[in-house]
Design a protein around this ligand. Structure first.
Ligand code: PGA
Length: 236
């Protein structure tokens, strides 16, 4: 599992004191395949401690209050950005077109994009999963040629923060679907596909054993330092 990627999405959790404790728990030993995406204001702390750091969102707009541009993120030393997380798609009504703009601007600035895609429970019940994923991939990656800068995170919306996950077989099937789609549509051979949604130290090992899965995107289980450390011990 050495080459599998672990992306921690810490969202807006943690106080300053909790961040210091966290930094003590999770140290640089894991830096080679670990990307931490902290709340924006704590990014400099993680950079200072030598972590590979990603940003949870980016703005594609020219000039806008309260936003961060891909170029600023790159110049600070970040190399990864999460785009299209379901929090952003649902709570902030980010459309596929907005997500596409964010992907373009991020790639142009030199960032690696972790593009989140995933179906809702309703999509799944109505057997629309493939159609939804195809649309999100097609529109999000329109005119993008930089395969080396793109990572796909398959995160079923109904699995995020719910303690419910698809079966291992389903995760594998979907990853194969994504890889095949990109192979045919864009002639991309080696795009990495991560799984995200209720990953814990109980299930991470079996998820990472899936050959077609190149890593995981972890939310809740990454937030508390000691439990995240356990997860990393199982995974690395
Ligand atoms: P979760 O979150 O691990 O808590 O389900 C994943 C995410 O929000 O990306």
């Amino acid at each position: 599992m050495k080459n599998k990627l672990i992306v921690a999405n810490l969202k807006k959790s943690m106080s300053l004191e909790e961040t210091s404790t966290y930094l003590k728990y999770v140290n640089q030993i894991y830096a080679s395949n670990l990307i931490i995406c902290p709340s924006n204001i704590y990014i400099p702390y993680f950079l200072k401690h030598g972590y590979e750091v990603g940003i949870q969102n980016i703005s594609h707009l020219e000039n806008c209050s309260g936003e961060i541009s891909p170029r600023q993120a790159y110049e600070l030393g970040l190399r990864y950005v999460i785009v299209g997380h379901s929090d952003r798609r649902t709570l902030f009504h980010e459309s596929d077109e907005m997500i596409h703009q964010k992907v373009i601007k991020s790639v142009q600035s030199g960032l690696h994009v972790i593009l989140c895609i995933g179906e809702t429970k309703e999509d799944r019940d109505l057997l629309r999963t493939d159609r939804v994923l195809r649309r999100q991939l097609e529109l999000g990656l329109k005119e993008i040629e930089e395969v080396d800068q793109i990572i796909i995170a398959y995160e079923p919306v109904w699995a995020i923060g719910t303690s419910i996950t698809p079966s291992l077989k389903d995760i594998q099937k979907t990853s194969i679907f994504i890889k095949e789609f990109l192979k045919h549509k864009k002639k991309w051979e080696d795009v990495k596909v991560l799984y995200g949604g209720s990953v814990t130290n109980q299930n991470i090992s079996s998820i990472l054993k899936i050959q077609e899965i190149d890593g995981v995107l972890v939310g809740k289980s990454a937030v508390e330092g000691s439990s995240f450390l356990k997860l990393l011990e199982v995974a690395v």
